[in-house]
Design a protein around this ligand. Sequence first.
Ligand code: FMN
Length: 192
Amino acid sequence: MKKLLYIDACIRNAESRTKRIATPIVEALKERYEVETLCLNEMELEIVKEDLIRCRNNGRIDPVVMGWAEKVRDADRIVIAAPFWDMSFPAALKNFFELCSIFDVTFKSDDKTCFGNCRAEKLLYITTRGMDIATGDVLEQATPYLKALSWLWGIGPLQVVSAQNMDYSTEEEIERKIGEAIDRGLEIAKTF
Ligand SMILES: Cc1cc2nc3c(=O)[nH]c(=O)nc-3n(C[C@H](O)[C@H](O)[C@H](O)COP(=O)(O)O)c2cc1C
């Protein structure tokens, strides 16, 4: 069975609308993939600072972090669920990306430039946004970054399931939007 890596960056966890959308979609994908979940809330995500870079440059990489990077490298599909925070995604997710961006693991380079070293041919990003901001809006800075990182790591293309204006909708509207996003995600899951 092919492997799917689910990166759960739904920091509010049980309260998370994004997680409510992602959970049934990931459940559906379990029919076709062996799913491994990395739940960022439960992980020790050291901030990448001077000491860590020095260790990394000397070939010393925390084996736990290396394990995460290898999971990213080896997954056939990747699903990321993350709420829209400060016009992008939570810093915990950026932190995870920085930790996993390891030369000769998730990317390589030649004498001219870098290129990807991951195998996932598809990336699904699931999110909810508080304000009425659509995917691709200039104010929406999560998908441009995910596309750029996908390029660096050799992953993609990116598909997005989103719901917006969640903080300014009635409870009924929120429930409808969550339901519609789940339906869109389940449709994508059929061919993902
Ligand atoms: C720390 C934090 C930062 C947020 N920043 C933004 C933002 O910049 N723009 C926006 O539209 N909504 C923002 N929101 C609102 C969330 O995007 C919105 O409530 C979303 O549905 C939360 O997803 P969740 O229920 O999965 O946690 C923020 C919420 C939190 C808690």
